[in-house]
Design a protein around this ligand. Sequence first.
Ligand code: FES
Ligand code: FES
Length: 80
Amino acid sequence: MAEPTVAQKAPFPVDVEEGTKYFWCACGKSDNQPFCNGSHQGTEFTPLAYKAEQSRTLYFCGCKRTGGAPLCDGTHNTLE
Ligand code: FES
Ligand code: FES
């Protein structure tokens, strides 16, 4: 299984809106981080849909190695 690209070793804060669906980039190749822009074409990765239950600031994983996708779980702190 290929490893996703590290977009950045830190989360991306996003002010999400209640009821809106977001597509988190799992491959790390998108130029529109933390969201998918279609650049995963040809890779084994696909975006992960996330529907916001309430309007607030969320921290989407930028390293693409979180255990709690699509949100940061601190795993980026263990990367070299
Ligand atoms: Fe990364 Fe679509 S661009 S999952
Ligand atoms: Fe990926 Fe924090 S940015 S776990």
